[in-house]
Design a protein around this ligand. Sequence first.
Ligand code: GLN
Length: 261
Amino acid sequence: MKKLKWISLFLVFTLFLAACGNSESETSDEGSGSSGENTVYKVGIDTTYPPFEFEENGEYTGIDIDLITAIAEKQGFEIEFSPMDFGGIIPAMQAGQLDVAIAGMSITDDRKKVVDFSDPYFDAGLSLVVQEGNTDIESADDLKGKKVAVKKGTTGATYATENTEKLGIEVVQFNDSPAMFQEVANGNADVLIEDYPVIAYAIAQKDLGLKIVGDRLNGDQYGIAVLKGENTELLEKINTGLAEMKEDGSYDEIINKYLGE
Ligand code: GLN
């Protein structure tokens, strides 16, 4: 009889412990799951891309940096920047090393196969750029036999490689924009293809010995990318934040900060 009493007491005690344990783990799960406060989203950036992304006094700065920082603050999520060559950004997303990319990245149908884009946030478009003294290239019709410098993984590179035969050009590829600018400035290549706002800003900032020629080659628009189908909630937050910023004037403030007179 005595033995039975002890056994039942022991059983009650173990049940009590199990109940405590359960309720504890349930609350802690709920805590991190519902608020999402512990998630820090990794954001891929191309820091050789002023005025969108660059480094100043050891800090990342630029239109893209200010934009995603403000969106994250407004929408209550945390971010951490991962700088890399532009060509490495989408592969890094696919490998699960990045959650978001903001890198002056143009919205294209090809990229839409692997990433989801936010609403467009900037109108860019590709331009042809030659040495300041060049007089024989005025448009894409004058490229026959010319050496064209492009940056790996960009829409400029796609334009050049898709039209290599049609235009009769030779294409050389670089990892970052400054290296590509240098190639034309020092005469190793005849022409380069870069996003209009980026090359216009670079020429206004520094005497690069380069000039833009002809009309823009296309109407590329920038979007913020998240991995396809994986981050729909995050994408909604990004779009809501972006729309709010366009509405309340903070988007214009950022643009004026970098591009205003
Ligand atoms: N807008 C171009 C693209 O998306 C170039 C971007 C960049 O060089 N950072 O391909």
